[in-house]
Design a protein around this ligand. Sequence first.
Ligand code: SF4
Ligand code: SF4
Length: 89
Amino acid sequence: MTYIIAEPCLDVKDTACVEVCPVDCIHPMKNEAEAFGQARLLYIDPVECIDCGACEPVCPVEAIFEEAAVPDKWKDYIKINADYYKKSE
Ligand code: SF4
Ligand code: SF4
């Protein structure tokens, strides 16, 4: 299980979630300048995420969901989050 960032994050990217994640599994971070500039949203690494839930309540646009609770219209984001980390390996 993991948490997922969905469509409401698009072009918001305020990084409130990054600040609270205890295992730094939300990327790209602001210090990854090139990747951060290109990304339209942030992604959670499903392997590193420890399912603590700290990120979910701090998101100002309610873009973060536990995997099992992702609304049907945003289910594609489960793969989109995971794929971001496959590409960067
Ligand atoms: S649930 Fe916890 S570990 Fe997973 S992305 Fe959110 S803050 Fe990080
Ligand atoms: S807190 Fe929400 S809007 Fe901000 S970067 Fe994280 S997921 Fe995106």
